[in-house]
Ligand binder design. Structure first.
Ligand code: ZN
Length: 560
């Protein structure tokens, strides 16, 4: 089940309804405190056991468990396998075991934890206690592996779709990435929390300080930063409002923040799986969120090059090539991106989604056969030893020093491409590389080589449709996601957020534990006047009504 669909409820409700304590095994130690806090706010008796607790706190939790005073207990897998914990659990009344992030048992996955392999012991020691395994990221092969490793072969599988309809996918041509990002943030997410992904550590730090200079609250995150800096930045992201984290792919596992409003990619991920997982960190609360990416010719060339120099068996390389082609295909597609994305995971969406850039602003295609032939022949006639920029000079008839040095001004291709400008040709080359007509020379500094499949195109036996790139900012208003709906007073919303931050700070919990954005939006929209009206708002249960009702009603009254 994708994140944000209520996976935790699948074990929390049974644990509350059954006698005894539900034991949740989770590798995300950093999250346990927040998960437990969120449950305690709604009066669930929850606790956790992990290495961050003192001896006294540990003993207290153990006593609570044995006295049947706990509804839910979170335990890290490395803790669970100790004899002390096993003995404790055998003395207690356990309603169920929930194994969260169950894909960690899969040796093919990137999150593999050896401690998870030991969890099959639960079946031997607690044969009559129900067990449930949960994951957000498992394809079919991983699901089968999970069932096998956890001895859950006879268990029923419940699989919901991969679709995250509230996420709006947009992939734009990169021309001036910083300006593009700035415009996107200023127009659509001036105060929101979000993640900006970059490929290199250096770039995350540079981008974060640049964004800070532009007035945003941006922090870097990558595996090379000191541990303290990393955990401070992560904590700020979780607990403060409107923080932007600029990160490498190292950031993400263990981030369970529901109100991430955007994920922006300044560099293209290597696989559709990564793209889906990274963009999936946006909008877990189900509210509108943006997955925004810019990419260009240099990214395509860099990725192709990286793949060709990668180590591994032929079979591995073929799989890698397939994955990269799928990612590039998703970028270049002229039909609905969501349909293509879901299709990659073996799912079908009958209609175009209406919530991606290609749906909102259909791509114009053109017959690029002649341009492609010219581009391919420029690569061929110059000996397949040059990169796109030089080939564009040849096509445009620019007598640069390099063109003259190699005598390329004497070639029949010299100056035959005046119908397109530099950007136009870059677009043609990008699409030819992305679609595999041109490959990138591993040692040749981005030299473009003709692939076998270019032959019929060059001979005129095949036609090619290319997408027409738009370089101007989108004129269609629809594509842009407005920060707030028209019927919401932005000042009231800000005041509600400020009150939430105050309460969260007082209680030492992340703001969303008090109320999700969705709830604040509803309060701002309906402006409840008394406790009865307030109780009708989504996300306001009895205990939150009692704890926070008056506080927020005051804010509404002050604004009216
Ligand atoms: Zn679509």
């Amino acid at each position: 089940m994708p994140t944000g669909r209520g996976k935790s409820l699948c074990y929390q409700i049974p644990a509350l309804a059954m006698r005894g304590c539900g034991v949740v095994i989770s590798p995300l130690i950093a999250l346990m405190q927040d998960q437990v806090d969120a449950l305690r706010v709604v009066d669930v008796n929850a606790s956790f056991l992990n290495s961050t607790l003192s001896a006294a706190e540990t003993r207290q939790t153990e006593t609570d468990l044995l006295n049947n005073n706990l509804d839910l207990l979170y335990i890290a897998p490395e803790r669970l396998k100790t004899d002390r914990t096993m003995e404790l659990l055998q003395k207690a009344e356990i309603s169920l075991f929930a194994i969260d992030e169950a894909h960690c048992v899969s040796q093919w996955g990137h999150d593999f934890r050896s401690d998870y392999l030991r969890l099959s012991v639960l079946n031997d020691l607690f044969p009559n206690t129900p067990r449930i395994a949960l994951t957000a990221t498992a394809d079919e092969r991983t699901r089968i592996e999970i069932a096998k490793c956890l001895t859950l072969e006879n268990a029923t599988h419940f699989v919901t779709g991969f679709d995250r309809p509230n996420i709006r996918y947009r992939i734009t041509l990169k021309n001036s990435p910083r300006n593009q990002l700035l415009k996107f943030l200023k127009e659509e997410h001036p105060y929101d929390a979000g993640i900006v992904y970059c490929l290199s550590r250096k770039k995350t730090e540079e981008t974060a300080s640049w964004l800070s200079a532009e007035g945003f609250n941006a922090l870097p995150y990558h595996a090379g930063l000191p541990t303290a800096t990393r955990s401070n930045n992560q904590a700020a992201f979780l607990r403060e409002e409107g923080i932007i984290v600029v990160a490498t792919i190292a950031f993400g596992m263990g981030i369970d923040k529901p109100d991430v409003r955007f994920v922006a990619h300044l560099d293209i991920p290597k696989t559709v799986e990564s793209y889906y997982q990274e963009t999936g960190r946006a909008g877990r609360d189900g509210e509108a969120a943006n997955a925004w990416m810019v990419y260009g010719l240099q990214d395509v060339i860099k990725l192709r090059q990286m793949m060709q120099t990668s180590e591994g068996s032929e079979q591995y390389k073929r799989a890698e090539q397939y994955r990269l082609n799928s990612m590039l295909g998703l970028c270049e597609i002229t039909s609905c991106r969501r349909q293509s994305l879901l299709n990659y995971f073996g799912e079908e969406l009958d209609e175009p989604c209406g919530n991606c850039d290609t749906c909102l602003e259909p791509v114009i295609t053109w017959d690029g056969t002649e341009a492609a032939q010219k581009a391919l022949s420029a690569a061929y006639r110059t000996g397949q030893r040059f990169g796109a920029n030089h080939l564009i000079d040849v096509l445009e008839g620019n007598s640069t020093a390099k063109v003259n040095q190699f005598g390329h001004d004497k070639l029949p291709t010299f100056g035959i491409g005046t119908e397109l400008n530099g950007n136009g040709w870059r677009s043609v080359f990008r699409q030819l590389v992305a679609r595999g007509y041109l490959t990138v020379d591993v040692e040749g500094y981005g030299a473009l080589l003709l692939d076998e499949q270019a032959r019929p195109l060059l001979r005129g036996e095949q036609k090619i449709e290319l997408r027409k790139d738009t370089h101007k900012a989108s004129k269609s208003k629809q594509v842009r996601q407005k920060p707030l709906a028209d019927n919401i007073n932005p000042e009231l919303f800000e005041a509600l957020r400020a009150r939430r931050t105050k309460l969260a700070t007082q209680q030492g919990v992340p703001p969303y534990v008090i109320f999700h954005d969705k709830t604040l939006l509803e309060i701002a929209e309906y402006m409840p006047q008394d406790m009865a009206q307030f109780s009708q708002i989504n996300g306001v249960g009895d205990s939150k009504l009692e704890k926070y009702g008056e506080e927020f009603l005051t804010v509404v009254q002050d604004a009216s």
